[in-house]
Design a protein around this ligand. Structure first.
Ligand SMILES: Nc1ncnc2c1ncn2[C@@H]1O[C@H](COP(=O)(O)OP(=O)(O)OP(=O)(O)O)[C@@H](O)[C@H]1O
Ligand SMILES: [Mg+2]
Length: 355
């Protein structure tokens, strides 16, 4: 097995023509770690992979794999295993030949190639299908051949670009478990591109949330989900309510903050962490409780939605429309006057956004 190597990307900027698509992107991936790039269409995920693979030249910045400066190597010398959405199998070669192809290029003898390819096919559960052509395989089987072909060269780095998006829902979940198991077993440093949050969170050691050619936060799925670092990431992981506030009084751990329309909230820094003078209070609907007592943000309730364990309410407040939750007992009705109280453990304090 090839020794796993860390991937270090520093200050990478890239253009297509005059358009900047990556903006000073830095990313450290540990040896054997799987990091996903997650973000909306066009944010620069594939471009990042193309730069690492050597299909595109950066405007500036460096890419190192272990001690090696990848920028100095042409694409075919970078020794990276690639798995794409459209499989890119050779249609005229059998499954076994497809898997063995990269080994031939690397000068391995015929019998050795066959042995290595067969053993890899066994690991991805395709032993019986070695003689078939790719056209005679299902989508999931093709994707497994693509995976075997990438793994068999024992690359120090594997890169996946939306490898599962052509598969149906059940197979996607099965395949992502398989990819994760094989990646773990081989200990191969990996970059996985997807725009599916559940996929990224379930398969990765850490996830980089990208937006417009930049990484907005790189953390474990748990930290991203519970402690987003900024409003962009917070929205991305479902903090629907983002309330801009500023501190008007401090009294020990307690602060008083006001927002648009003169609303005022008392918050505890003990529960929420240190609160700067200008901040955004972020909550999911579950973190904002609808109550009938006069405490918190006054609101007028709108649409009520039954969600099995709770109700969600649309609520009009002086700081805008918010989504809150309330208990199943004694539900309130559209048009009712009510109050919204943040549940501290389910809130995040985010830096204010530049106007
Ligand atoms: N060959 C190209 N020439 C010019 N612009 C390009 C080229 N390839 C990509 N772009 C642009 O660069 C930006 C980033 O593209 P990229 O393919 O990296 O996005 P992505 O994050 O992979 O998106 P998707 O989720 O849709 O695959 C987009 O605005 C895209 O239109
Ligand atoms: Mg892409």
């Amino acid at each position: 097995m090839t020794q796993a190597a860390p991937l270090t990307i520093a200050n990478l900027t890239a253009h297509y023509g005059k358009t900047k698509v990556l903006d000073d992107l830095s990313l450290d991936i540990g040896a054997g770690e799987l990091v996903s790039l997650l973000g909306a269409s066009g944010c620069g995920k594939t471009t990042t992979l193309r730069l690492i693979a050597g299909f595109l030249k950066p405007t500036s910045g460096t890419i190192r794999l272990g001690p090696q400066d990848l920028s100095a190597l042409p694409a075919h010398k970078r020794n990276i295993g690639l798995v794409f959405q459209n499989y890119a199998l050779f249609p005229h070669l059998s499954v076994l030949e497809n898997v063995a192809f990269g080994l031939k290029q690397r000068g391995m003898s015929g019998s050795e190639r066959t042995r290595a390819a067969k053993s890899m096919l066994e690991r991805v559960g395709l032993t019986a299908l070695g003689d078939r052509l790719p056209s005679a395989l299902s989508g999931g089987q093709r994707q497994r051949v693509a995976l075997a072909r990438a793994l068999v060269i024992e690359p120090p780095l594997l890169m996946f670009d939306e490898p599962l998006s052509n598969l149906d829902a059940k197979l996607r979940v099965d395949m992502r478990v398989e990819i994760r198991q094989l990646q773990r077993a081989n200990g191969t440093t990996s970059v996985f591109v997807t725009h599916d949050q559940e996929e990224a969170f379930s398969i990765s050691d850490r996830v980089a949330i990208m937006d417009a050619g930049r990484i907005r936060q790189l953390d474990t799925p748990e930290v991203l989900y519970q402690r987003p670092a900024n409003a962009f990431v917070a929205r991305f992981v479902g903090f629907e309510n983002l309330i801009p506030l500023n501190v008007t009084a401090r009294d020990g751990e307690m602060i008083e903050a006001s927002g648009a329309g003169g609303v005022s909230l008392k918050l505890s820094q003990k529960a929420l962490g240190e609160i700067p003078d200008d901040f955004i209070l972020a909550t999911r609907p579950e973190g904002l409780r609808v109550v009938a007592e006069e405490t918190g943000l006054p609101c007028t309730l709108g649409l009520r939605t039954y969600l099995g364990r709770t109700y969600h309410y649309q609520a009009e407040t002086a700081v805008g429309a918010l989504t809150a939750s309330g208990p199943l007992t004694q539900p309130l009705s559209p048009g009712d006057r009510a109050w919204l109280t943040p549940v501290a453990e389910q809130c995040c304090i985010l830096p204010a956004e530049p106007a």
